[in-house]
Design a protein around this ligand. Structure first.
Ligand code: UD1
Length: 357
């Protein structure tokens, strides 16, 4: 890297990304870097793989700057912020995300997702950083009465402790942003993701959950690759055209770019709070997602019908009006690109799963 580029990066706004070695976090780190930001990752790699950092470095041409820290450990967070110097904003991804696991073991979701967010806000206040972009989820709506879901749609009872943990975090952020005390936040942008999928076009980073995937698209790619025998389709008796549940799948690179726009919004002069849906506005059933994968890749996915999964809702998709207004953002990548990139990443991982998967 030449000296003037180095100086430009050193002078750029500095963003801390908690959970930056995770699936969405790693793609956001790459997008922030491409937009000229300086990035430090806070992550203890407990649910990600150290190779993600190599992938980020290979894409950006810079070693990823990582501080290993448990998001629930306030003293460790204080030390991490002290090590970073001036931080202009934080994007907070570090959280657990399995609906199934949250139904089985809710307390770890409340401890890590809610407790971690509270610890982070308190540590940010001590570090004098009051701008936060939060990784929320469409799950905060529960099963909506009307579709597409707008940000004005009521929050129903969450269908899972995971969903409840996101609702609680959003409430905490609203209170912290409205307050004027020692632990208040000045700028908050909560991003309610629909269903991210796909991978960076380099296939150097992508989705690789530890253990058996809960999410549909990695289960599809791992089944297509022969890592898993059959994809179980959870529920074929939903009141949808083909009986399977409907979601709004968006390309993870589109989602990553939304975080750059959200950071820019959080860097504005006047304090504020925004809650914004991020999706395509298109509902896709489980069987349509399988067909889209097969169409994009030419690879067949063996499926079997199975009972509904506890904690699942039947259908949801997004209205993107506020994202367009507030962030100037909409998705630009197709479902074909999403599936092809997910497959390119899966293919790169090889014919047998790495240890721990
Ligand atoms: C849920 C949340 C989402 C969150 C995500 C994090 C809702 C509405 N959505 O996603 O906001 O970001 O968790 O993990 O709560 N499926 C199968 N077979 C499989 C796997 C999944 O049929 O092997 C089906 C599911 O039953 C569901 C659909 O595929 O109908 C999508 O599932 P998944 O990818 O796990 O995402 P959500 O549960 O929608």
């Amino acid at each position: 890297m030449n000296a003037s580029l180095r100086m430009a990066i050193d002078a750029a706004p500095h963003i801390v990304v908690t959970g930056g070695a995770g699936y969405i976090g790693s793609h956001a780190v790459v997008a922030l870097f491409a937009a000229g930001y300086r990035v430090t990752i806070f992550d203890d790699l407990r649910r990600s793989h150290p190779q993600v950092l190599d992938g980020i470095a290979a894409i950006t041409g810079e070693p990823a700057s990582l501080v290993s820290v448990d998001i629930c450990d306030e003293a460790a967070l204080d030390a991490a912020f002290a090590q970073c110097g001036q931080v202009d904003a934080v994007i907070h991804f570090a959280a657990y995300k399995s609906v199934r696991e949250s139904v089985a073991d809710p307390v770890i979701y409340y401890r890590n997702n809610v407790g971690g967010t509270v610890s982070l806000i308190a540590a940010m206040a001590r570090a004098r950083c009051r701008r936060l972009v939060f990784s929320s989820s469409c799950t905060v709506y529960g099963q909506p009465d009307a579709l597409p879901v707008t940000e004005a749609s009521p929050m129903k009872t969450a269908a899972s402790p995971y969903g409840a943990s996101k609702q609680m975090c959003e409430r905490i952020l609203r209170d912290a942003q409205a307050a004027k005390g020692n632990t208040s936040l000045s700028h908050v942008v909560s991003l309610r993701y629909f269903n991210p999928a796909g991978a960076h076009p380099s296939a150097l980073i992508g989705e690789l959950p530890a253990g058996t995937p809960d999410n549909l698209i990695p289960y599809i790619t791992q089944t297509a690759a022969g890592w898993r025998k059959t994809l179980r389709v959870f529920g074929s008796d939903y009141p949808t055209p083909d009986g399977t549940a409907i979601r709004d799948y968006l390309h993870v690179m589109d989602l990553a770019e939304a975080h750059v726009a959200a950071v820019e919004l959080a860097m504005r002069a006047s304090p504020g709070l925004e809650e914004i849906n991020l999706g395509t506005g298109i509902g896709v059933s489980v069987l349509q997602a399988v067909a889209a994968f097969e169409h994009a890749t030419g690879v067949t996915v063996p499926i079997e019908m199975a009972p509904r999964r506890p904690g699942d809702i039947e259908q949801i998709w997004s209205s993107g009006t506020r994202a367009a207004d507030k962030l100037g953002w909409r998705t630009v990548r197709s479902i074909d690109e999403m599936m092809a990139s997910a497959w390119a990443w899966q293919t790169r991982l090889g014919s047998t799963p790495p240890a721990g998967v």
